[in-house]
Design a protein around this ligand. Structure first.
Ligand SMILES: [Zn+2]
Ligand SMILES: [Zn+2]
Length: 363
C-alpha cells in the first residue's frame, strides 16, 4: 500500500509498496481510508517535539470503509462506512464505563509507535495517513457513519469537533459567561461553536493569524489578536457587568498560550487546556494559581465516550459541525502529503484543516 512514513524530524516520505496491514487479533478490522486529517498534534512528532519510532505512519483522524473483519468482530461487516475516535478503547473497563475512554488501559493512539529503548509497555499502532489502517478493538472503537453525516463531518467528530465540545463542557460554562478561546485552529473553532451552544454570552476568539480570526467571527465570536486580547476582554466584560473572562478554553498546547490563558481568566474562573502540551512545567506558579482561586482542567478528550452525547445533538441539529469554516483543504492526494505538512506547519494558504485523500492515485 501507499502511506506517509515519518523517518525522523521533518522527514516525512510518501512510500508505495509497503505491506498492507493484516488482521492480527480476532477483534481487529482493516479499514480502507477515504480521508485522513492532518491534526495540530501531528506536528509534535513531525517536528521532533515528541519522539516516535522511525517508520511510524502518522494520522489519527479518518473515515473509510471496512474491508476485512476479524473472527470475533460482531457488529461490523465489510462494506460498512465507518469513522473513528483517535484512540481505540475496549468499552468495558473502569474508565470506559465512566466516560473516560481516553484512559482505557487497552486503548492506543493511532499513528504512534513508541521509540525503541523507551520503557513504554504499549506496542503502538500505525496511523491512518495511508491506504489502509488496522483497527484493534474494532467493535468498541469504530462507529458506523450515519447516512445523514458527510465524511467531513464524521472526520471532525472523530477528533476536533468532539474535542472542542469536550473542552467547553469541561469548563461548566453557565449561561451568561464570558468565554475566551485561545487558538483558532480546528479545535478552537469547534470550541467556539460549543461555547455558544452552552450559552456563553460572548466568545472572544484569540489568534495571531488574521484569516483564522475571520473564521472565528463567522462562527459568532469577537476576534482579537493576542496582544489586544486583554483590552478586548476588559471592554466586553465591562459592558456586561462582569469582572473578566469567566472561562478560558486553551486550544493550542504551548507555554505561551497557557500563560495568556492565565492572564485572561478572572479570579475564581476556569481554564480548560485541550491542546496537547509537551512542556515539563506550568507557565504559571502554584502561588499564582492559589492567588486566583483558579480551576484548571486538562487532558485528552475521551472521544468514544463523548460521541454518545455528541452524535445525537448533531443528528437533531442542536449542534452544527462547522465543516465549511474549518476544512480549508478537503482532498489533497496522499502523495502530496509531505508538502501538505509543510503548508500546515507554516500556516500558509489560509490552511486550518487539511484532509488527505488516499484513494486518489498519483499521476
Ligand atoms: Zn487530531
Ligand atoms: Zn476500556
Amino acid at each position: 500500500m501507499r502511506a506517509l512514513v515519518l523517518e525522523g524530524p521533518e522527514r516525512l516520505v510518501h512510500h508505495s509498496g509497503l505491506p498492507d496491514p493484516r488482521i492480527e487479533q480476532p477483534t481487529d478490522v482493516i479499514v480502507a481510508v477515504h480521508r485522513a486529517g492532518i491534526c495540530g498534534s501531528d506536528l509534535h512528532p513531525y517536528l521532533g517535539r515528541e519522539s516516535t519510532a522511525p517508520g511510524t505512519i502518522p494520522g489519527h483522524e479518518f473515515v473509510g470503509e471496512v474491508v476485512a473483519v476479524g473472527s470475533r468482530v460482531e457488529h461490523l461487516r465489510t462494506g460498512d462506512r465507518v469513522f473513528s475516535p483517535f484512540t481505540t478503547s475496549c468499552g468495558d473497563c473502569f474508565y470506559c464505563r465512566r466516560g473516560l475512554s481516553a484512559r482505557c488501559p487497552r486503548g492506543q493512539l493511532f499513528g504512534y509507535l513508541p521509540p525503541e529503548g523507551t520503557a513504554e509497555s504499549c506496542e503502538g499502532l500505525q496511523g491512518a495517513q495511508a491506504e489502509f489502517v488496522r483497527v484493534p478493538l474494532a467493535d468498541s472503537t469504530l462507529l458506523r457513519l450515519p447516512s445523514a453525516f458527510s465524511p467531513e463531518e464524521a472526520l471532525l467528530l472523530g477528533d476536533n469537533f468532539t474535542t472542542g465540545y469536550f473542552c467547553a463542557k469541561s469548563a461548566c460554562i453557565k449561561p451568561g459567561d464570558l468565554v475566551a478561546v485561545v487558538g483558532c485552529g480546528s479545535v478552537g473553532l469547534c470550541a467556539i461553536v460549543a461555547a455558544r451552544f452552552f450559552q456563553a454570552v460572548e466568545v472572544i476568539a484569540i489568534d495571531p493569524v488574521a484569516s483564522r480570526r475571520r473564521r472565528a467571527q463567522e462562527l459568532g465570536a469577537t476576534p482579537a489578536p493576542p496582544e489586544q486580547a486583554a483590552g478586548c476582554i476588559r471592554e466586553l466584560a465591562g459592558a456586561k457587568g462582569r469582572p473578566g473572562a469567566d472561562v478560558v478554553l486553551e486550544a493550542v498546547g504551548s507555554p505561551v498560550a497557557q500563560e495568556l490563558a492565565f492572564q485572561l481568566v478572572r479570579p475564581g474562573g476556569t481554564i480548560v487546556a485541550i491542546g496537547v502540551h509537551t512542556s515539563e512545567h506550568f507557565a504559571f506558579s502554584p502561588t499564582a494559581a492559589y492567588d486566583k482561586n483558579l480551576t484548571y482542567r486538562a487532558g485528552r478528550c475521551p472521544v468514544r465516550s463523548m460521541l454518545e452525547e455528541v452524535v445525537p445533538l448533531v443528528e437533531t441539529g442542536e449542534l452544527n459541525i462547522p465543516t465549511a469554516s474549518v476544512i480549508t483543504h478537503p482532498s489533497i492526494p496522499l502523495s502530496d502529503g509531505p508538502a501538505a505538512y509543510r503548508m500546515f506547519q507554516e500556516r500558509r494558504d489560509d490552511c486550518v484543516k487539511v484532509l488527505l485523500d488516499p484513494t486518489c492515485t498519483p499521476s
